[in-house]
Design a protein around this ligand. Structure first.
Ligand SMILES: [Zn+2]
Length: 291
């Protein structure tokens, strides 16, 4: 990749404050972008409005700033009407291509099926009923070379089958929005946790169908605490009142970066050290970043 054209992003959901796991994710994407002399973008993934916590977006932006990470371009919001229009245009394109169909299946009906069994695919559906919109897919294989995880082969039929791109409640699905947003922000490398690597084939499929530029992928090891995946759901502690230098030093250590004790213990010195001395291959040896 041309060094100076690198564009990376951090894309948190505004469902609460940043926790240590999201800090590590932010740091990895930030350092990976800056070590390429690249652009680092921030996207607030508020597409699922039912999960949004009021004010969480501003709290996230403020915490990132306290940790020395500032987006290089205006922050993108998925609820922005412009974004919603872009998702609708993509959905219209897929529908006009005959690739979508309404699905009235309930959670109960689908309970126990790991992949969508195609119940609604060839049915005439009463559109007045609440319905989601699914993408009709085939036996699609996708391969990619992941920066950290190496060569990957994923099959959509085995992973999900026909998947939703618009929900029954009318909200667009994350899977559709994320590929359109990455293209719109010109993201060249998607840096994110390995826990969502399974969604890559579905995203590559949408990218192909929508003629979007294909980014490369870099899935870093899962971040755990006492061997549990860290997430807002398991009440990982908010970091907004923690000391940025201390916590960043810990995060870098857990990433195998061996940060020194700097004479001038400032966050900007530490981030600069991390960018100049970034050894991303150290993450290859970690299945988990546990602390
Ligand atoms: Zn259905």
């Amino acid at each position: 990749m041309n060094k100076n054209n690198y564009r990376g992003r951090f894309a948190p959901s505004p469902t609460g404050d940043l926790h240590f796991g999201s800090l590590v994710a932010a740091l990895i994407s930030y350092i990976q972008a800056k070590t390429h002399d690249g652009i680092w973008l921030l996207r607030i993934e508020d597409i699922d409005e039912t999960r949004t916590v009021a004010g969480a977006d501003q709290a996230i932006i403020k915490t990132l700033a306290n940790f020395g990470m500032h987006a290089d371009e205006p922050v993108m919001y998925q609820t922005n009407p412009e974004r919603q229009a872009a998702y609708q245009a993509a959905l219209d394109h897929l529908t006009q291509s005959g690739l979508t169909y309404p699905c009235v299946c309930t959670r109960t009906k689908l309970a126990g099926s790991e992949t969508y069994p195609g119940f609604c695919r060839d049915q005439i559906i009463d559109h007045s009923q609440p319905h989601s919109i699914r993408l009709a897919t085939g036996n699609e294989d996708y391969e990619f070379d992941d920066f950290w995880q190496g060569h990957q082969l994923q099959n959509i039929a085995k992973q999900s089958g026909d998947f939703n791109i618009k929900r029954k409640d009318g909200l667009f699905c994350y899977m559709l929005a994320v590929v359109i947003d990455d293209a719109s922000q010109g993201v060249t490398e998607v840096v994110r946790g390995i826990d969502i690597m399974d969604s890559t084939a579905r995203q590559m499929h949408l990218i192909k169908l929508l003629n979007l530029p294909q980014p490369s992928y870099a899935h870093f090891p899962i971040i755990t605490h006492n061997q549990l995946k860290l997430s807002k759901q398991n009440h990982a502690k908010a970091i907004s009142h923690e000391d940025p230098y201390t916590l960043t030093h810990l995060a870098l250590s857990l990433m195998g970066q061996e940060p020194p004790l700097l004479q001038q213990k400032t966050q900007s010195n530490l981030l600069n050290w991390a960018i100049e001395n970034w050894q991303p291959e150290k993450l290859n040896n970690l299945a988990k970043i546990n602390y």
